[in-house]
Design a protein around this ligand. Structure first.
Ligand code: HEC
Length: 139
């Protein structure tokens, strides 16, 4: 315990700061233990930033990223976040995102619907990243 397993519990400022205080485990070699869900969220953020860019260039995002279906199984920092409400927000998000990849028209509107579904879930689980997510909206 003394040498190998010094676990220091810190409050998380990075991800979900506001609503609940969450804990991150930092080991002695200072590796930040990012949850599977946090990693997936960062991928989703990057893909939607790319979609915004494509749409502004008049292009259509081509392939729905199947790995985003992992939102149903990815391990959360706080496992108790996954409840009935979380599952329906996940479904709603995947549905609105799929509509971006199949859109024949109104791409901007469909993209913004997907981003608003990110925000809707975040308002119930994880307030911290909302200002960052809002930047994905197309004005
Ligand atoms: C079903 C609910 C839900 C949906 C939908 C959702 N999120 Fe999240 N998001 C979360 C939760 C919960 C966390 C915290 C994950 C953790 O700590 O394990 C999170 C974390 C994040 C983070 C912080 C990651 C980090 O730790 O640095 C970002 C950024 C983020 N989400 C962006 C998005 C974007 C962009 C979308 C839509 C494309 C989205 N989220 C959709 C619930 C959701």
């Amino acid at each position: 315990m003394k040498n190998s397993l010094h676990f220091i519990l810190l409050l998380l400022f990075l991800g979900c700061s506001s609503k609940k205080e969450k804990e991150v485990i930092i080991t002695t070699n200072n590796t930040y233990k990012q949850s599977e869900m946090a990693a997936l969220m960062l991928q989703m953020y990057a893909a939607n930033l790319e979609n915004k860019k494509l749409i502004l260039e008049g292009k259509t995002p081509a392939d729905f990223p199947d790995e985003f279906l992992n939102i149903h199984t990815a391990k959360l920092t706080d496992a108790s976040d996954r409840n009935a409400s979380f599952n329906s927000f996940s479904e709603y998000y995947l549905k609105t995102l799929a509509q971006v990849y199949t859109a024949k028209d109104s791409l901007k509107l469909k993209h913004n619907n997907a981003i608003n579904s990110c925000i809707a879930c975040h308002q119930t689980t994880c307030l911290g990243p909302i200002p960052k997510i809002k930047k994905l909206l197309i004005k």
